[in-house]
Design a protein around this ligand. Structure first.
Ligand code: PLP
Length: 625
């Protein structure tokens, strides 16, 4: 547990059980505590024909997170005697999958938890999923006539749809459509705050953020609404400082500035009632509980209490009524509920190969020198040995390039070099102040575990913005992991690798893994991947969607497979890039027929080949055992 910091990032949902397996724990709707081994779920998925890589969705964890968020705000509101309410909205873009949105709507209903829609399709999702009319639907993003008409009509049906104005040009069309349909809109204004935040996703804060109104534009909006006698439609103030805000101080600063804007809108005569703080509630991906980009230096309770505190201390001196607090927490709501599981296909080590006992005298002297270094390395000459070994290896490579030593000698030289490096590392490990190059050397000599997944499809933020997700084996956790490794995916792209791992002191470049056994699959999990990863994923090398299973616990401690979704077949991914699988099959059939006519294969062999071709078309895009 220490090694992988699972108790730190696991948020009480993930831990290691007495069998040395990762266990997922939750509480059912009836408050019964339940637990299961993740490996057991993987085995059962396999039996259902859904092999790794498989994405496991834990519906209970999603429900728990919605509950935790709403209960934490309720507690903060009650503790401070705040007069407003909390209304969360889940931003659909963070995970648009139908089952996820349906689950959020269902478990969120008692809390009036709503949805945030940034586009027409997302508004359609919101309107067709939400039944609760007290929940908010916040419409961000550019809105055309169709979008606005749909939203206005939903308003007339009793839905609380807010049109958030992101740019000045949006107002005239909202007013025009409102007049045409005779429906009054509920308007929100998104402002650019001057407050900047730290972290990865801070481009949405500050003067140069691409979204939101400047203060001058906000005043113009107020004046335009006044001129139309529609200032009462302006009811919500929205801002979003960026996702994954690691530092609570930035959250407080943002609320403080927004409060000042809110108060002035009230004074201007707007019918304000809602303050929407956007997203930003961070996830502690590395378990460091710090203000490091992959973490957060605050708890959920602190987040809620601080927001309520800033609101009250700013508004109360001026007797401004407490607004309904809206947050658009996406990441923190869904991250925990998905886990990607993949199996190890192969391992490359940087161990030296067999070295003959006697090196022929005819070999180059530098080869003999490398042999001597293996036995002569000690604590005192370790740096010198390292320098010499690198020198001899480089010189021998040069000789090979010039044709002065052959392939066998070069292979011997590389093996000897690795043997010297392993020896040096062993010595450095026992020294209080080892070797400057030791860390880098460890990394260079670490194993590569080739695993059955695509980083680009399943963990795109890891590739695009160096996001760190907790990664660890799912079993054998009562055995010491003896290998240091990096993880490579199967896309044959040099970027398709995981070489930064969560660590409470920052990140590390290798992960401790167990030696692969010949007769047993070794499963690794990438945790907390429920936010943003699924829809940002791409088809690099045409690896498609993975298999997905959704799990829900029962009160008796067992769990059910609520949904089983087969990943993309090869025919599916080919059709995404405009190939027609049937035409492809016809063409291949013709080529095979030609081979029969040319006498290269028999008709019976042709049939076998064609069957293999069709089987492949129906098959999973990932490695199948
Ligand atoms: N609201 C808006 C307007 C956003 O752009 C985003 C994402 O960046 C969110 C909410 C969700 O943020 P988070 O996932 O940090 O909660």
């Amino acid at each position: 547990a220490e090694l992988y910091a699972i108790n730190e990032w696991g948020a009480g949902y993930f831990a290691i059980d007495e069998n040395g397996e990762v266990a997922v724990s939750s509480t059912t709707e009836n408050n019964v505590k339940v637990q299961a081994s993740v490996l057991d779920i993987v085995r059962q998925s396999r039996e259902r024909g859904l092999d790794a890589p498989v994405l496991i969705r834990f519906e209970d964890l999603l429900a728990q997170q919605i509950k935790r968020l709403n209960e934490a705000f309720r507690k903060a509101i009650k503790d401070s005697n705040y007069q407003g309410e909390y209304r969360g909205v889940f931003p659909i873009k963070v995970n648009q999958q139908c089952h996820v949105i349906e689950e959020i709507a269902q478990v969120g209903a008692p809390y009036n938890h709503g949805l945030e829609a940034g586009s027409k399709p997302e508004l359609i999702i919101a309107l067709s999923t939400l039944e609760n009319r007290d929940a908010c639907i916040v419409c961000n993003g550019y809105k055309d006539q169709e979008f606005i008409d749909l939203g206005l009509q939903a308003c007339s049906m009793g839905y609380k749809v807010f049109f958030v104005i992101e740019t000045p040009s949006e107002l005239p069309i909202i007013l025009e459509r409102s007049r045409a349909l005779g429906i009054k809109p509920m308007i929100g204004a998104r402002v650019k705050l001057a407050s900047m935040v730290g972290g990865h996703w801070n481009a949405t804060s500050g003067d140069r953020s691409i979204f939101g109104l400047s203060t001058a534009q906000l005043i113009e909006l107020v004046d335009n609404l006044k001129a139309e006698d529609m200032l009462d439609c302006l009811q919500l103030l929205h801002y979003h400082l960026g996702s994954q805000i690691p530092n609570i101080r930035d959250i407080r600063t943002g609320v403080l500035e927004a409060c000042q804007v809110y108060m002035d809108l009230v004074r201007e005569g707007a019918c304000m009632g809602y303050l929407d703080l956007g997203g930003g509630l961070a996830v502690d991906y590395d378990g460091s509980k710090s203000n490091y980009v992959h973490s957060r230096n605050y708890s959920l309770d602190e987040y809620c209490a601080d927001i309520v505190d800033v609101l009250m201390s700013t508004l109360d001196p001026f007797n401004i009524a407490h607004p309904t607090i809206v947050t658009e927490s996406g990441r923190a709501t869904v991250a925990y509920s998905s886990l990607l599981v993949f199996n190890v296909l192969d391992v490359a080590t940087y161990e030296p190969g067999t070295i003959p006992e006697q090196i022929p005298a005819s070999e180059n002297t530098m080869i003999h020198n490398l042999v001597d270094l293996i036995s002569s390395a000690n604590e005192r000459n370790i740096q010198e040995c390292y320098n010499d070994a690198v020198f001899y290896r480089d010189e021998l490579r040069e000789l090979f390039k010039r044709g002065q030593i052959n392939l066998r000698s070069r292979s011997l030289a590389e093996n000897l070099f690795l043997a010297v490096m392993q020896r040096i590392l062993a010595i450095a490990d026992d020294m209080p102040r080892g070797l400057d190059e030791a860390e880098k050397l460890k990394e260079q000599l670490s194993d590569i575990y080739y695993c059955n997944f695509s980083l680009f499809q399943s963990l795109p933020d890891m590739w695009a913005i160096d996001q760190v997700f907790p990664v660890m084996p799912l079993h054998r956790l009562n055995e010491e992991p003896t290998r240091q490794a990096i993880i490579a995916d199967i896309t044959c792209d040099c970027d398709g690798k995981i070489d930064r791992f969560a660590d409470r002191r920052g990140t590390r470049k290798t992960i401790a893994l167990h030696e692969q056994k010949a007769d047993e699959e070794y499963y690794i999990g990438a945790f907390l991947v429920g936010a943003y990863q699924e829809t940002l994923g791409d088809l690099h090398n045409l690896f498609g969607d993975t298999n997905v299973v959704s799990i829900r616990f029962n009160d008796d401690g067992n769990y059910e497979f609520i949904h089983e979704i087969e990943g993309d077949s090869i025919a599916d991914v080919l059709s995404y890039v405009e190939y027609d699988p049937r035409t492809m099959q016809d063409r291949f059939r013709r080529n095979a027929e030609l081979a029969v006519r040319e006498g290269k294969i028999t008709a019976a062999e042709r049939l076998k080949i064609m069957n293999a071709f069709s089987d492949s078309m129906r098959g999973y895009t990932y490695y199948e055992r």
